[in-house]
Design a protein around this ligand. Structure first.
Ligand SMILES: [Cu+2]
Length: 208
């Protein structure tokens, strides 16, 4: 009798446990390793996983900022989701004139000091290259994505995207050392519970 109770309890526990596991939506971790033309790890590569479902799940992120400090953009690269607003406070005593001619977002903030009244909303996916009309050497990139599954590679050239629902995606990898206008690499990727790490080689040019 006691043994039967034990097995009943065990069976109940196992059922409950398997139910807990099944209740977790099918998600996976995806590891992407990006290398440059010489086969070396490529830091600051932008990695994204696109699909129709991912686009539907994409939401505007909290407002971000790119500061102008000592005639540089800080940070000089961000990745945001469509609809995210970015402010461009000028911490220098010289005036800057921030602009972009990129198709994904054309705008300009006329010569100013301090924080512009309105942030810029990035409303289309793509790469937006920023410059300053006064200081040619000032450059920054806003990479706009329409997916919750994105990130930038670390110094080891690697990024781990976790919580990715299983399914078929288009893997996108881009780096600012690619020639301007080059959208980077796009390839199909099926994300399963056992997707192996993806190694991607980008044909980048001169260092920057
Ligand atoms: Cu400037």
């Amino acid at each position: 009798m006691r043994l039967r109770w034990f097995f009943w309890a065990l069976a109940t526990w196992m059922l409950a446990f398997s139910g807990m596991v099944a209740a977790q939506p099918g998600v996976a971790k995806v590891t992407i390793q990006v290398r440059d033309a010489a086969g070396l790890p490529l830091a600051n590569a932008v990695v994204q996983l696109d699909s129709a479902a991912a686009a539907r799940a994409s939401r505007a992120g909290p407002q971000q900022r790119i500061v102008q400090s000592q005639r540089r953009f800080v940070p000089d690269q961000i990745v945001v989701t469509v609809g995210t607003a970015v402010n461009f406070p000028n911490h220098d005593t010289v005036r800057h004139h921030v602009y972009s001619f990129s198709p994904a977002k054309r705008f300009e903030l006329q010569l100013y000091i301090g924080t512009p009244a309105a942030p810029v909303v990035f409303d289309r996916p793509g790469v937006v290259v920023l410059g300053c009309n006064i200081h040619d050497e000032m450059l920054a990139w806003v990479h706009v994505v329409r997916t919750p599954h994105f990130g930038q590679t670390g110094p080891d050239g690697q990024i781990v995207l976790s919580g990715v629902p299983l399914g078929v995606y288009e893997l996108g990898v881009w780096h600012r050392r690619l020639p301007e206008g080059n959208a980077g690499l796009r390839q199909s990727l099926r994300v399963s519970a056992s997707t192996p790490a993806q190694v991607v080689n980008l044909n980048t040019q001169a260092t920057q």
